[in-house]
Design a protein. Structure first.
Ligand code: SF4
Length: 382
């Protein structure tokens, strides 16, 4: 078992579960914002943070991530209060990354978010084509996304944009055009996701009814290859399966904590966390529904719903699965220290097939292996 290692980072994730409208592809823990009073949930999140501070003790926070849902629906005042509260509970590193996920519709508040301390904006652009935005159920147009990007310019240390590809009817040429326009926007970071059809999302029913068909595996693989080539040529190579940065300084520190299997507190309905306390590591999940979350806070002073202890092999498997996602891969010694022996036969076979490389004691996916990351993790760390 290993103790908390500050080198892997310590983050705070806040889940704000409300959205102006629920997108048909989304299976996150989200709820329509409507005209509801968000003050009770906001207060509960502050109390939950206090509950976690009592359990972690003093630590240095290397990243704060306000995600969701749509945290840009929060007011500048709420974001400011939240960041200040985290800073009153733990020591926040002076260079800590403070990210807020935003929808383009909320660009009038970007100045207030920057003043509150947010230094990284992750903007949900999703597409630069109005028809595709409509199909994806988004509330903004391509023009509004560009306006939002303009509003973000100069206000944050780093700006990231999210885009979705493999949308039905989108040809390889369409995506090439859209991606080259996205690359020309000058963002520091791109998160590029294939449209996936998740059981909890409205699109799942549409596909079941055969209203339309998702891209085939071959089409998706071709789109993925084009994405890798174009981003690399534009100076934003992949540093993780779906993430691309203009230089190491623009890589996501927060997601880096997940990929390095560091520690993070997760607050807000359904938020996940991982905490190493003493020699034990816990996988924690807050109560999912906002009402249940408020109830937990009221009765226990903390929002968790599920707490599982991860044994050494469970921790090692996470290190394999997470480490394979990034271009540095994972260190064999790191998982062996947790008493996991990799399946040598499968490693040799995957190397021979061109999906894996083993060098300097690290196991790394090749570009061909990246699309099969989850399956490969299960094969080498059964
Ligand atoms: S995709 Fe984003 S904006 Fe749309 S419902 Fe999901 S969390 Fe909300």
């Amino acid at each position: 078992m290993s103790e908390f290692d500050p080198q892997r980072g310590f983050g705070v994730y806040v889940h704000w579960p409300y959205c102006a409208r629920i997108c048909p592809y989304c299976d996150f823990n989200v709820y329509a914002a409507k005209a509801r009073d968000t003050a009770p949930l906001f207060d509960a999140i502050l109390r939950d943070l206090e509950g976690w501070r009592a359990r972690t003790g003093e630590r240095e926070v290397t990243s704060i991530f306000l995600g969701g849902g749509t945290p840009s629906l929060m007011t500048g005042e709420q974001v400011s209060q939240l960041i200040a509260h985290i800073g009153s509970l733990w020591r926040v590193a002076p260079e800590a990354e403070i990210t807020l996920e935003a929808n383009p519709d909320d660009h009038a508040r970007f100045g207030a978010f920057a003043e509150a301390g947010v230094n990284r904006l992750s903007l949900g652009v999703q597409s630069l084509d109005d028809e595709r935005l409509k199909f994806l159920g988004r509330t903004h147009s391509a023009g509004q996304a560009l306006e939002a990007l303009e509003a973000a310019r100069g206000k944050f240390r780093s700006v990231s944009i999210d885009m979705i590809y493999a949308v039905p009817g989108q040809s390889l040429e369409d995506w090439r055009g859209e991606l080259s326009r996205a690359l020309a926007l000058g963002a520091d970071h791109l998160s590029l996701y294939e449209l996936s059809i998740e059981p909890g999302a409205a699109f799942f029913q549409a596909v079941k009814r055969k209203s339309w068909s998702p891209a085939s595996d071959d089409e998706a693989a071709e789109l993925f290859d084009v994405t890798q080539a174009m981003t690399e040529a534009a100076g934003l190579p992949a540093y993780e399966i779906s993430n691309h940065a203009r230089g190491a300084e623009h890589r996501s520190v927060h997601n880096g904590i997940y990929w390095k299997c560091g520690d993070w507190v997760g607050v807000g309905p359904g938020a996940h966390g991982r905490l190493t306390i003493g020699a034990k590591r816990w996988a924690v999940e807050a109560a999912e529904k906002p009402g249940a979350y408020l109830h937990h806070l009221k009765s226990n002073g903390i929002g968790w719903g599920v707490v599982d202890e991860l044994d050494a092999v469970g921790q090692a498997r996470e290190r394999v699965a997470m480490g394979l996602r990034v271009v540095e891969g994972f260190a064999v010694s790191d998982v062996e220290a947790l008493r996991l022996k990799l399946n040598a036969e499968n490693v040799t076979m995957l190397v021979a097939l061109g999906f894996l490389v083993v060098r300097d004691g690290r196991v790394v996916l090749t570009p061909e292996g990246r699309l099969r990351a989850d399956r490969i993790a299960a094969e080498i760390a059964p």
